[in-house]
Design a protein around this ligand. Structure first.
Ligand code: ASP
Length: 437
């Protein structure tokens, strides 16, 4: 469907009646916004509660046989206020009453959590005066609880083809037996992406409370520039390094279909936001970087052994130690007689001593040294390819900023340069690199 825009609105975009009004204006301002995917009401201010969190609490209390009236009343009031303030005639109180009963009667965690999106979608469809289609009719999982994309696409074809416009709740779908299953937290982004892919939409809009991605973390760098265009690949490099805005699994369905994602701000719809585009699109900003992101708390296990590269099976044995301990490796820079394993501390937990001992036994290295408290910083940009001097600029900025670089790797796609530094230098390093560009 070439003129279709799928628009997902996040929790803060639909947190109260004022936000609903903004959302309606946005939808009304472009007739191509035909399929709308809402989240549950989010926080209205920093001390507020997300409806999804409250629903999880109700289910948990109920599963222990405890009374959850007080929490359910907060949920009830949020929805009733929205309906009253928007002058809607929907009997939301009766629907809430049924949901409360189902939770009392032992409804699952996923069922309880999904009601946040369900209720918000009923309200939004009433307010916009367009169809409500339940996500259970569209998004389906297989018996293992994995998304069944084929069956989902058939549903989209069957159920949405002849529908002009509809509101479909985000975050959940149905198991083969009809029971509700949710995605992981923040999963309405995934629902929107799946529906955009199934409809072959021209654009997937993701409306939130920020105007897209920034070049660096605003808690570290003052007023970082927004990123207007970024490729899916660059975003992968930045998001895995800890730049949250979009659920990372939301990229895959639309990326495959070449559908761009536009991150937009419900509170400032006039701002362009960030456009996430296909990797094949021409490079428009040669010589500059797209963004900087980073993460603290890694441990480096540095292993030296003369002629390790010539020893057949050395790397296999090393990897099998990590595999049997169920530990994922972030990076593995190497030189002729040495290799470093960079591992997130959260992966290691208390396994470090055991892993070192096993590497000693299986790989018989000359030395093993551990460096805890390392941070990684990724400088990402497709404009870095074929541009001389980018790395010089990064390393000079770090040297001038007094940061000691402990490790450097460059991704084989030449999209990123990753530097390892001490945790303590993290903020200083990001600021120094940002200033240099
Ligand atoms: N409401 C769900 C959550 O809080 C899903 C979402 O907002 O995307 O995680």
């Amino acid at each position: 469907m070439k003129d279709v825009i799928v628009a997902k609105f996040g929790g803060s975009s639909l947190a109260d009646s004022e936000q609903f009004k903004k959302v309606k204006n946005i939808i009304d301002s472009n007739g191509d916004r035909k399929f709308i995917i809402p989240s549950a009401p989010g926080k209205r201010h920093s001390k507020d509660h997300k409806i999804t969190d409250l629903l999880y609490m109700c289910q948990q209390l109920s599963s222990h046989g405890l009374n959850f009236d007080e929490i359910f009343n907060i949920i009830q009031k949020r929805y009733e206020d929205i309906c009253n303030e928007l002058d809607l005639t929907i009997d939301i109180s009766s629907i809430l009453k049924e949901i409360k009963k189902e939770i009392q009667d032992g409804a699952s965690k996923d069922f309880a959590a999904s009601r946040g999106e369900y209720l918000n979608s009923i309200i939004l469809s009433g307010y916009l005066n367009i169809d409500f289609i339940d996500a259970t009719e569209i998004i389906v999982f297989n018996n293992k609880g994995e998304l069944d994309m084929k069956a989902t696409e058939i549903n989209i074809d069957l159920k949405l083809k002849d529908i002009q416009r509809a509101v479909i709740p985000g975050f959940y779908g149905a198991m083969p037996d009809g029971k509700i299953k949710t995605f992981s937290r923040g999963g309405s982004d995934i629902s929107g992406a799946i529906i955009a892919k199934g409809l072959n939409a021209k654009l997937y809009e993701n409306w939130t409370d920020v105007s897209g991605f920034l070049m660096a973390d605003p808690r570290i760098v003052k007023d970082p520039k927004p990123i207007e265009k970024i490729t899916y690949k660059e975003l992968r490099e930045l998001s895995y390094m800890g730049a949250p805005v979009l659920h990372e699994e939301a990229i895959f369905p639309v990326r495959k279909a070449g559908i761009p994602i536009n991150i937009k701000n419900t509170n400032h719809p006039e701002e362009p936001g960030t456009m996430i585009i296909n990797d094949m699109d021409p490079i428009t900003h040669c010589g500059t970087i797209t963004g900087i992101a980073g993460k603290k708390d890694f441990t480096v296990i540095s292993i030296e052994k003369t002629l390790m590269g010539a020893e057949k099976g050395f790397f296999r044995k090393l990897m099998s130690v990590l595999e049997t301990n169920n530990v994922a490796i972030e990076h593995m820079p190497s030189s002729i007689d040495s290799i470093s394993l960079i591992i997130a501390n959260s992966e290691l937990n208390s396994k470090l001593d055991k892993i070192i001992e096993e590497i000693r036994i299986y790989c018989n290295p000359d030395t093993i040294i551990c460096y805890p408290n390392m941070a990684l910083i990724a400088v990402v940009g497709r404009g870095m390819i074929n541009t001389k001097g980018i790395s010089a600029k990064i390393f000079t900025s770090l040297a001038d900023g007094g940061v000691n670089i402990r490790m450097i790797t460059q991704g084989s796609s030449e999209l990123n340069i990753i530097v390892g530094i001490e945790n303590a230098d993290f903020e200083k390093a990001i600021s120094a690199i940002y200033e240099a560009f």
